[in-house]
Design a protein. Structure first.
Length: 498
């Protein structure tokens, strides 16, 4: 579509700022006025003032539903619905509710189920429906739409010309920083609308706006927005692009951004049981991999996002940092382990800690199945596990049971031992050499298949590395090619770019 909204467009902007029980959100009052200012600014958009309805501090569901119903009936061109306030989850299916001034956390009947709002939107004859939610758990609106048919918005929003933009994923809270005029998400939304996007066309489509807001927010600590697009709703222009004509071409090689990725590096070198020989190489391995992850020419993790665990005494010491990283990671969760491993009676792999006992593996070792469970609950889009252990290929057996996208690179297959070569494990020494030298002639960014292929040993004197992929995601670039001879024109499918 190549035009702005016409006179048949309607907008309903709802802001709940004061509450009887919940914390107040003064930003909501400002949010709806800031957005209304953009929509009715003739230099930016084309909504008329009388067709933009502001609803402050709704006390009852009717305070929202009646004006919304009227706008939905009147709209023929575009219906825009915006909500700012607390979002809460209620009911057996954790349905999204929009809170009112008198809402209470344990009283779902005191708030407005989003399904009611969605039903009104569905019935509207507007050619395009745009829903923008700035509240906690707002991503549940379109994630339910995209997945489980039993969830409330699957049927209500499966209509033509729908676009849904939310401030946070379905399991994250939105942020309204103290002292700021607007909430975090709406501030960046308004910045994009007011500043424009140099790389976009003369009119800003909803999909353009989403991409720029998300790019702006990647460098912050705030949750990233999400979108859901039905029947090209994201192609509808909402505002003029003030930055049109100021386009500067993107660099040939996109930047990798590890700010929303997390890494845990584990090396177990000492063991209390006499039958387990010390592995000083494992400590060296972990320290070297940790340095590589911090190295901006290879990865570029911030120190606070890359944990180093040396000689974990118990499984809890190993799994605790991994669990913390899994809670924080949004793009990539990277886990490295070097040390002894053992097989249970069933043949399952367990990673050993300092206090592991071979006769008490069931409760002194760290089962791969527990690691798989942590990865399965992680919010990261992709997971990489690299292990320098005997029988490492068996890790993939555990990971195959989880729905997470997990890429496993190990020192040996299911039935082979790993070896030490000097100060490092033979596998890790080869991995470090590949990371540090890069791959001449390859793309500027590398994926695990690139690394795996470069590590192959042609003479067969050592076990070949083992690579497995679990999940449905395509192979993406995860690290920088540190070689001086790179192919800058190679196609990139990068996980962690702005």
């Amino acid at each position: 579509m190549t035009r702005l909204p016409n006179a048949a467009a309607r907008a309903v902007l709802i802001g709940t700022a004061t509450y009887r029980v919940f914390d107040e959100i003064p930003h909501s009052y400002n949010n709806i006025r800031g957005l209304a200012g953009v929509l009715t600014d003739p230099e930016l958009s084309s909504f008329t003032t009388e067709h933009v309805r502001l609803i402050d501090d709704p006390a009852t569901p009717a305070d929202i539903m009646q004006p919304l119903k009227q706008a939905a009936e009147d709209a023929e061109d575009i219906l825009l619905v915006y909500y700012s306030g607390h979002g809460q989850l209620s009911g057996e299916n954790s349905e999204l509710h929009l809170t009112l001034t008198g809402s209470e956390p344990e009283a779902p009947w005191s708030s407005l189920p989003f399904s009611y709002v969605a039903d009104i939107i569905k019935q509207s004859e507007a050619s395009t429906k745009i829903v923008v939610l700035d509240c906690c758990y707002s991503g549940r609106a379109h994630s339910d739409l995209m997945s489980d048919p039993s969830h409330l918005v699957k049927d209500q929003l499966a209509v033509e010309g729908l676009y849904c933009l939310t401030s946070a994923p379905k399991d994250r809270r939105s942020k309204a920083p103290d002292g700021d005029t607007y909430s975090a998400f709406t501030q960046y939304l308004l910045d994009t609308l007011n500043d424009g996007i140099p790389a976009a066309g003369p009119l800003l489509r909803m999909a353009d706006i989403y991409g720029d807001v998300r790019k702006r927010m990647r460098a912050t600590k705030f949750p990233l927005p999400e979108q859901c697009n039905k029947k090209e709703g994201g192609d509808f222009p909402l505002a003029r692009n003030r930055a049109y004509g100021a386009f500067q071409p993107e660099p040939a090689v996109p930047e990798l951004d590890f700010s929303r990725s997390r890494a845990v590096v584990i090396g177990c070198a000492t063991y209390h049981e006499d039958g387990l020989t010390p592995l000083p190489s494992s400590r060296n391995d972990a320290l070297a991999i940790h340095r590589a992850l911090l190295d901006a020419t290879i990865f570029g993790f911030a120190p606070e996002h890359c944990s180093l665990v040396l000689d974990p005494a118990t499984p809890a010491d190993l799994f605790g940092p991994v669990g913390d990283a899994a809670d924080d990671a949004e793009d990539l969760l990277f886990v490295y382990y070097s040390g002894h491993s053992a097989l249970s009676h069933s043949g399952a792999l367990a990673l050993l800690t300092c206090g592991s006992r071979m006769d008490r593996l069931s409760y002194t070792a760290a089962p791969a199945s527990v690691l798989a469970g942590i990865l399965g609950e992680s919010r990261a889009r992709e997971h990489v596990v690299i292990a320098d252990v005997c029988y490492g290929g068996r890790l993939s057996d555990a990971f195959s049971a989880t729905a997470a996208d997990v890429y496993t690179l190990c020192s040996a297959d299911r039935n082979r031992n790993a070896f030490v070569a000097g100060d490092h494990g033979a596998f890790t020494a080869k991995l470090l050499k590949t990371l540090q030298a890069g791959i001449p002639g390859a793309a500027a960014h590398l994926n695990l298949i690139d690394i795996f292929s470069a590590m192959q040993n042609s003479d067969g004197s050592e076990p070949a590395p083992f690579l497995s992929l679990s999940g449905t995601s395509k192979i993406r670039c995860l690290l920088r090619n540190s070689s001086d001879e790179i192919n800058t024109s190679a196609h990139h499918s990068c996980l962690m770019t702005g």
